[in-house]
Ligand binder design. Structure first.
Ligand SMILES: Nc1ncnc2c1ncn2[C@@H]1O[C@H](COP(=O)(O)OP(=O)(O)OP(=O)(O)O)[C@@H](O)[C@H]1O
Ligand SMILES: [Mg+2]
Length: 268
């Protein structure tokens, strides 16, 4: 039986002047998989996400996204709204939340774009817009509930705790009803109990919503608990692929990355 790939990356090379950020990278994600990409700082992880979402345009290679019941499409150079329409959502390494807006408003922005309420629609407020608005309000509350932030709906994002903000970002990503959610260091800056909450939430997104998860994360305890399969990047190249057990036992990975970070992140 052939593998049902949601993302298929083949021989991608991305350069910035003399810097090679991705060097002949080939990898895939199966539909419904929780897949992780790990590796040292500057390895090319965020560059990979940017290439998958049309932000960076690799000079070589192909990136194919296959949505459910849709023809496979190339993601190279795809415009942000078309990436989102295709079913790909992401969160960013550095938070891009509107800090002056409430939790509700931040999620609603994503939901509105999904229910087709543009800036013009919002100004004119015709019946279709009002219907769309009702739907996006309901969806926003549902998502806040899902991530455990319903009581915080009217809290200004800037006054949320770090962990709450990270969960709000996930709710905002889900507001566009994606098939795959790309998470760039979702647990960065959170404390141990927030990390446990995030781990459970990410697994729940996949299990209950059927959304595939592509995860970049430095916290090895979290990654190894969540990921079903991992790729390891180092200096822009894939140096290993496998299950958590295989990656932990991989000599090259331990030398390049895990050797220093396992002690740091597990506190062992
Ligand atoms: N827009 C850009 N212009 C120039 N160089 C870039 C650009 N984006 C990324 N790079 C370079 O590509 C390499 C990989 O960076 P990237 O941000 O993808 O690493 P990373 O694995 O996400 O690291 P970290 O764990 O620190 O987030 C680095 O050498 C970086 O300087
Ligand atoms: Mg990064």
């Amino acid at each position: 039986m052939s593998v049902d790939k949601i993302f298929d990356v083949e021989n991608v090379t991305l350069r910035f002047g003399g810097v090679v950020s991705l060097n002949d990278v080939s990898l895939y994600q199966t539909r419904g998989e929780i897949l992780a990409v790990i590796g040292p700082n500057g390895a090319g992880k965020t560059s990979l996400f940017n290439s998958l979402t049309g932000v960076y345009q690799p000079q070589e290679g192909t990136i194919t996204f296959s949505g459910r019941d849709a023809k496979p499409i190339s993601m190279i150079g795809r415009k942000p709204h078309r990436v989102s329409n295709a079913g790909v959502a992401r969160t960013f390494q550095a938070s891009r939340m509107f800090s002056a807006l409430t939790a509700f408003e931040n999620v609603k922005i994503g939901a509105e774009s999904h229910y087709g309420i543009g800036a013009v629609g919002a100004m004119l407020k015709g019946p279709a817009t009002r219907r769309g608005e009702k739907k996006s309000d309901a969806r926003t509350i549902e998502l806040l509930d899902f991530v455990g932030l319903r009581e915080r709906a009217n809290t200004v994002s800037a006054s949320l705790s770090y962990g709450d903000r990270r969960r709000l970002e996930i709710a905002r990503g889900l507001a566009t009803d994606p098939q795959v959610l790309l998470l760039d260091e979702p647990a960065a800056g959170t404390n141990p109990s927030e990390k446990v909450q995030l781990t459970n939430l990410i697994r729940k997104v996949r299990d209950e919503m059927g959304v595939s998860i592509l995860l970049i994360e430095h916290d090895m305890k979290l990654v190894m608990a969540l990921a079903e399969r991992l790729y390891v990047l180092n200096f822009g190249s894939v140096i290993a692929e496998g299950t958590p057990e295989e990656i932990r036992a991989n000599r090259a990975v331990v030398d390049a990355y895990l050797g220093s970070s396992t002690t740091e992140t597990t506190g062992a």
